[in-house]
Design a protein around this ligand. Structure first.
Ligand SMILES: [Zn+2]
Length: 213
C-alpha cells in the first residue's frame, strides 16, 4: 500500500502512525503476523484478513511506542520553581499497557502524588510520564516503580507516591478467568514511605472513590 506523504509525517500521537519502522522492517513484521495467522489455523488470504498483518504491525508499533520516549524529554521545560510543601496529586490517569508475559492488554488508572522540594511540574505532564512507561511490554509492578523513579529523578521532591489499579486481560480471558479481580500496586518514596501521616493521607486520597466527575 502506498501511503500519502502527509500520513508518513503524522505525529506519533496518531494511532495510524508507525513510530520508527523502516520499510523493510515493516515488510518483515507483516510477514510474521501473516505466519501467525497460519499457525492459529487461519487463512491469511481470505478477504477479511487481507490487510490484517499491516494493521497489526502498525497497532503493535503504536502500542509500544514508549520505547522511543524519554520522561525528561516529555516533561521538557514544564518544571517550575515553587515554594509549596503541600501534596500535589493527579488522580485517575487512564492507563493502557500490555503484559510482557502474554502480550495482552492490561488497563486501569494511575494516581500520582508528590510533595515538592522547591519544584513543581505542569500537571498535564504526569499523564505523559505514565504513557512513556505504559506503552511498552510491562509488568504492573515495574510500571509503578518506573513512574515513581521518573518523578523522583526530574523533580527531586520530598516524596513520591504512585498507585496503579488495573485489570489484566491475560487473567480475565484465559487461565484462571478471574473476571473481576483488580491488581493494585504502589510505590512510595521519601516521606511517602517514611512518614505514616503522609502515607495514609496519600493512600486515602488514592483509594477514595471519585463522585461527580
Ligand atoms: Zn499476562
Amino acid at each position: 500500500m502506498i501511503r500519502p506523504a502527509s500520513a508518513v509525517l503524522a505525529t506519533i500521537n496518531e494511532p495510524d502512525a508507525v513510530a520508527s519502522l523502516a520499510p523493510e522492517e515493516m515488510t518483515e513484521f507483516e510477514g510474521l503476523i501473516r505466519r501467525q495467522l497460519e499457525l492459529i489455523g487461519e487463512d491469511p488470504d481470505r478477504e477479511g484478513l487481507a490487510k490484517t498483518p499491516n494493521r497489526v504491525a502498525k497497532a503493535l508499533s503504536w502500542l509500544t511506542r514508549g520505547y522511543e520516549l524519554d520522561p525528561r524529554a516529555v516533561i521538557g521545560d514544564a518544571v517550575f520553581e515553587e515554594d509549596t510543601e503541600n501534596m500535589v496529586m493527579v488522580r485517575d490517569i487512564e492507563l493502557y499497557s500490555m503484559c510482557e508475559h502474554h502480550m495482552l492488554p492490561f488497563f486501569g488508572r494511575a494516581h500520582i502524588a508528590y510533595i515538592p522540594n522547591g519544584k513543581i511540574v505542569g500537571l498535564s505532564k504526569l499523564p505523559r510520564v505514565v504513557e512513556v512507561f505504559a506503552r511498552r511490554l510491562q509488568v504492573q509492578e515495574r510500571l509503578t516503580e518506573q513512574i515513581a523513579d521518573a518523578v523522583q529523578d526530574v523533580l527531586d521532591p520530598r516524596g513520591v507516591g504512585v498507585v496503579i489499579e488495573a485489570v489484566h486481560l491475560c487473567m480475565m480471558m484465559r487461565g484462571v478467568e478471574k473476571q473481576s479481580s483488580k491488581t493494585i500496586t504502589s510505590s512510595l518514596r521519601g516521606v511517602f514511605r517514611d512518614d505514616a501521616r503522609t502515607r495514609s493521607e496519600f493512600l486515602r486520597l488514592a483509594h477514595h472513590r471519585s463522585e461527580g466527575f
